[in-house]
Design a protein. Structure first.
Length: 146
């Protein structure tokens, strides 16, 4: 099974970069890593070429939860939850690869600080580390839905 993790977000806006942080943390595992950064649309060609059985997309998401909370989000309803730092709405972007991907799972991590700066806040880093553990075992399907 070919599994790809796509991390998106802006690492220069503190917690907004959590998706990229998680993707980078998966390097050296049996996951293929695509760090999309703040322009996820630029990474879609790579995802299309890889044609994974499972695509896991990780991004900061405003869910009204405590900072660092990790939840699965419904892909088709994610536009209202994912922050406005993306040029194009995430559901639209994911529709561009849906024909080349078996399953898409969107995972949101509640940010605490999206101000200009580098590094994650402690709560968001803890949530990101928890997600890395989940991705290793039992897997992304075990993450609770919002």
């Amino acid at each position: 099974m070919r599994r790809v993790i796509l991390g998106i977000g802006n690492p220069l806006r503190r917690d907004d970069g959590v998706g990229v942080w998680v993707a980078e943390g998966m390097r050296g595992t049996d996951w293929e890593v695509v760090a999309g950064g703040q322009s996820a649309e630029n990474a879609l060609g790579i995802v299309r070429r890889l044609a994974p059985d499972l695509l896991v997309v990780v991004d900061a998401a405003e869910m009204g939860l405590p900072s660092g909370s990790v939840r699965r989000l419904p892909v088709d309803q994610s536009a209202r939850m994912v922050g406005s730092t993306h040029a194009l709405p995430l559901p639209f972007l994911l529709s561009m690869v849906r024909d080349r991907v078996g399953e898409i799972i969107l995972i949101g991590i509640q940010p605490g600080d999206r101000s200009v700066g580098e590094g994650l806040t402690l709560a968001v880093e803890a949530g990101a580390r928890e997600l890395l553990t989940f991705l290793a075992s039992p897997g992304p399907h075990a993450i609770p839905f919002l």
